[in-house]
Design a binder for this molecule. Structure first.
Ligand SMILES: C[S@@+](CC[C@H](N)C(=O)[O-])C[C@H]1O[C@@H](n2cnc3c(N)ncnc32)[C@H](O)[C@@H]1O
Length: 423
């Protein structure tokens, strides 16, 4: 444990009899023989002060993330320790007009459609400028060709090639505005108007790019924020199908509750909710899905830095924490095997750790190739950085995938996501 945490945390963990005694000095060396005879054995586990798990987590982050993020780390650390910002995922199954009006009156905007509009405007502007330049330079005939070429280039440049579902709408307050959303209210049919979540959690769902008749698997689905976002695409109304799985029975109950509060009965009954160990999915339904979301358990950095409850840095959970990358790799492999050839898999975590992010993806690509003879291609998602730069603060140093960094003016994330295509 001490070696794992490094010198300073090891010092924190050392339980000496009090200040002034060096770590090498046991009680016996300090007390005389008579005193030693009457000495009672200290109950180590019950009497020693417990180091808060949040403190262990922060120490661990300070050691590893200062190396990985360099000079960005102090600002990311401040973000992690301050109040998180939320987004309101609009529930298309409720009476949305009224809800939209209410949110807009509060000065919140839908970051998805806003980004798409801005990209469209700037691309039209660029195309128009190019066309004018072309017309000044060329002949009448040449001009027509240049205009056509520049329009085509603009329309097929990355933001347009990547289809982002405009049906997924999430309202956020502007950068620097830390207003909080009120809890959503039920509409006349009892369905809630929006779901409050870290807006960065939508990015993996947007990256999955769900189409109308897709068969979609959400392998680690509970409590269900991303499942709900997947359903907003209209997938289950238009010939597609959604399978939502989570190994935890208690968390699957929470998923059922969310579906109950947000989704009309006839639609939620079409969702297959299961509680399998996702690692065994291949035995259930291999090579079937067009789209697979693998939103794995991780060190949940924001939670670990702030909350003692259910903290993975608790010393009782050390082994579990050390085994996370292995579990993540097994789940990602199961996701890849569950996808059809030509299908897409999005892997995501809410950790900043490259060991849980890029390293897991790289290893999965390698294992797919060497052990399963499956070629997997990591897609370029850098256009997400361009599209959503007004809302999120992105890290530019990922080898694969994209990472949203917490920032005091845009305190979302961390959220890592990477898209893989099974060839
Ligand atoms: C990050 S959470 C998922 C959050 C969820 N996607 C959402 O947006 O609300 C990770 C989930 O993985 C589940 N999990 C852990 N091990 C699993 C396994 N072997 N198979 C399937 N699910 C697992 C946990 O129960 C937990 O609910």
């Amino acid at each position: 444990m001490a070696a794992l945490l490094g010198g300073a945390a090891a010092a924190l963990l050392r339980r000496g009899p009090g200040p002034g005694l060096g770590p090498g000095l046991g009680l016996g060396a300090v007390l005389g023989a008579g005193q030693r005879r009457h000495r009672h054995k200290e109950k180590w586990a019950t009497t020693a002060p417990r180091i808060p798990s949040t403190r262990l987590a922060l120490h661990h982050f300070d050691t590893s993330y200062s190396l990985h993020l360099g000079e960005l780390w102090p600002s990311v650390r401040a973000g992690l320790l301050c109040e998180q910002k939320y987004g309101a995922l609009l529930n298309n199954f409720s009476a949305v007009d009224h809800v939209t009006q209410e949110l807009e009156l509060l000065n919140a905007t839908d970051f998805v459609s806003e980004a798409l509009q801005k990209a469209q405007q700037s691309q039209r502007g660029a195309a128009a400028r190019e066309a004018v330049r072309g017309s000044q330079e060329g002949s009448v005939q040449g001009r027509t060709v240049i205009q056509a070429e520049t329009m085509t280039q603009a329309e097929t440049s990355p933001p347009f090639r990547a289809s982002i579902s405009p049906k997924i709408k999430c309202y956020t307050f502007p950068r620097g505005d830390i207003t909080r959303f009120c809890p959503a209210r039920p509409d006349i049919l009892g369905l809630l108007g929006y779901y409050l979540m870290d807006a960065a959690s939508l990015l993996p769902v947007l990256a999955l790019d769900v189409q109308q008749d897709d068969l979609v698997l959400d392998l680690c689905a509970a409590p269900g924020g991303k499942t709900l976002a997947l359903l907003q695409t209209g997938l289950c109304v238009s010939g597609g199908h959604l399978a939502a799985n989570d190994v935890s029975i208690s968390r699957t109950k929470r998923l059922h509750q969310i579906l109950h509060k947000y989704v009309p009965r006839e639609i939620r009954e079409t969702v297959s909710v299961t509680s399998h160990d996702g690692r065994d999915w291949q035995d259930v339904d291999g090579g079937t899905f067009h789209k697979v979301l693998v939103d794995v358990p991780c060190t949940t950095d924001r939670h670990s830095a702030m909350e003692e409850d259910n903290n993975i840095f608790h010393k009782r959970r050390t082994k579990e924490r050390q085994m996370l990358p292995m579990l993540q790799l097994q789940l990602l492999m199961a996701g890849i095997l569950a996808a059809k050839p030509g299908g897409d898999v999005v892997y995501s975590t809410c950790s900043l750790s490259p060991l849980q992010n890029e390293c897991v993806v790289e290893r999965a690509v390698e294992i797919a190739e060497t052990q399963f003879n499956i070629s997997v291609h990591a897609e370029d998602l850098s256009h997400f950085r361009m599209l959503f730069q007004d809302t999120f603060s992105f890290f530019s140093g990922c080898r694969l995938g994209e990472l949203v960094l917490p920032h005091l003016t845009a305190n979302f994330g961390p959220m890592y996501f990477c898209k893989l295509r099974r060839m």
